[in-house]
Structure formats: structure tokens, C-alpha cells
Design a binder for this molecule. Structure first.
Ligand code: KIV
Length: 271
């Protein structure tokens, strides 16, 4: 949407202030113009153009297949639908793991071709050089720790991460490293609530949880999960706010009936 000068865009600075004030941050994923427009107008703080698009938009089993070009398509559509939320775009698998030059080149493409405001990438110590390089180019970076779906074949399962002390200690160290490298926030995915509390309390930047309990500074959900479009996915952490699957099914059944019975279109619905 054209920038509405009356509406103030959320910035990374706003998010820091929200953490300081104890105001929780609400983030949701979106992948297209129409839903972005609804979420933005509803007052969501951050829209994440997640690489979960690979699952929920393209039907892949993992987030690995989605390409940078496909992320750019989704992100530019979302940007056109928003004028208030901060738009964060995931760097997809294979677009930054090679080295920091690859990471900055992918970031530059996202920033130039989508109009998004920040990028997110998964990992800790191993991506710090890339984070520093992207931040030094003036691009806000969000980290992502805990269950990092781009490494699913390393983990082998989607179960809760960092239950063991050694993994929890590494996660705490990684969170501090990401903050020191200049990240403006960190997504914590599927880790114990008390570990998420410890991490959130130790950082000045906000943490955004998904399956990481109520002590995080904000929460994120995948839109297809929270709207009940994706009914097969029912993890314990998910709250479903709508059963869009059944509502849409009912509407389409009705439409089919109306067409078959010649009820649609009626006299008022024709020229
Ligand atoms: O891709 C995505 O949707 C994400 C969220 C699960 C945080 O990274």
C-alpha cells in the first residue's frame, strides 16, 4: 500500500522501547498482499515473511526447498499490503550458510527487491560473522535459536530443543553473541519456558517465542496454524483462533450447491 503519512511504522527502536516498558510484541507470519493488509490494519507489530512459506504455501515437507527468488516474491507482496507493521523477511536455506559475502548479497537482494525492513536468519556462533556484516551494511537482523527448521535433518525431529544442560548453555551463549553482533531481536522456537525466561531476562533486545512459553517479550505464530487453515498441525504450544478450514469448506460446499441447483446467479446477480 502507498505509505500513509498519518500512520507511524513500527521500527526496531519501537520494539526495544516495548521491551523496556514491558509491553508484549505480537508477530505473525504472512506471505501475500491480502492477508498482510488484514494483519497490518488489525495492528500487528511485526509481520514475518517466514520460510514456512515452503510448507504452508508450497506444500513442501520442510523449509529447505524455498528459494531466494520465491521469498522475494512473497515478501514484496506482503510489503505492498502494509503500512504500519515492521516487515521481517527470512533468508532461506542455502542463501547465507556459505559465507558472510553470500549472506550480505542475499540480504541486499531482499532489501532492494522487496522493500522489507529487516531479515532473519537461523543459528548462533556459526553465523555471527554474517550477522555483523549485514548489520554493518545498515540492515536490521533478527536471530533465531532453539528449534531451527532449516537444520531439521541434523536434529532429526521437531521435538523441544535445549532440554539438556549442554544445549541450553550453548543457546544462552549464542543469544548473547547475537545481541553483541547487533541483532535487534531473537526468535526462540520450541525451548523450555524457564530457559526462555533466563535468556529473555539476560538480554536487552526482545525475544519472540514460538513454543517457548509466556516469559518471552513477544510471541509469533504461523498464520495458517493460528487461523485453523492447517488443521493437521496441533502442537501443544498452538492456540487456534479460528477454524478457517471448516468455514471455507462450508462456504465452498454452499457455492457448489448453489451452482448445481441453478440458484446462483439469481436475477440481481446478473446484467
Ligand atoms: O518461517 C517461519 O514461519 C518462522 C517462524 C516459525 C518463527 O521462522
Amino acid at each position: 500500500m502507498p505509505e500513509n503519512k498519518e500512520i507511524r511504522r513500527i521500527t526496531t527502536h519501537t520494539l526495544l522501547k516495548m521491551k523496556e516498558a514491558g509491553e508484549k510484541i505480537a508477530m505473525i507470519t504472512a506471505y501475500d498482499f491480502s492477508f498482510a493488509r488484514i494483519f497490518d490494519a488489525a495492528g500487528i507489530d511485526i509481520i514475518l515473511v517466514g520460510d514456512s512459506a515452503s510448507n504452508v504455501m508450497a506444500g513442501h515437507e520442510t523449509t529447505l526447498p524455498i528459494t531466494l527468488d520465491q521469498m522475494i516474491y512473497h515478501a514484496s507482496s506482503v510489503v505492498r499490503g502494509s503500512n504500519r507493521s515492521l516487515i521481517v523477511v527470512d533468508l532461506p536455506f542455502g542463501s547465507y550458510q556459505g559465507n558472510s559475502k553470500e549472506a550480505i548479497n542475499s540480504t541486499i537482494r531482499i532489501m532492494k527487491e522487496t522493500g522489507g525492513h529487516a531479515i532473519k536468519l537461523e543459528g548462533g556462533e556459526e553465523i555471527i560473522e554474517s550477522v555483523k556484516r549485514i548489520v554493518s551494511a545498515g540492515v536490521p537482523v533478527m536471530g533465531h535459536l532453539g528449534l531451527t527448521p532449516q537444520s531439521i535433518y541434523k536434529f532429526g525431529t521437531y521435538t523441544v530443543r535445549a532440554k539438556e544442560d549442554s544445549e541450553a548453555e550453548k543457546l544462552k551463549r549464542d543469544a548473547v553473541l547475537l545481541q553483541e553482533a547487533g541483532c535487534f531481536g531473537i526468535v526462540l522456537e520450541k525451548i523450555p519456558a524457564l530457559l526462555a525466561k533466563e535468556v529473555s531476562d539476560s538480554l536487552t533486545i526482545p525475544t519472540i517465542g514460538i513454543g517457548a512459553g509466556n516469559y518471552c517479550d513477544g510471541q509469533v505464530l504461523v498464520m495458517h496454524d493460528m487461523l485453523g487453515i492447517n488443521i493437521e498441525f496441533k502442537p501443544r504450544f498452538l492456540r487456534t483462533y479460528l477454524n478457517l478450514h471448516d468455514l471455507v469448506t462450508g462456504a465452498v460446499h454452499q457455492y457448489i450447491d448453489d451452482v448445481k441447483s441453478k440458484d446462483f446467479p439469481n436475477e440481481k446477480e446478473q446484467y
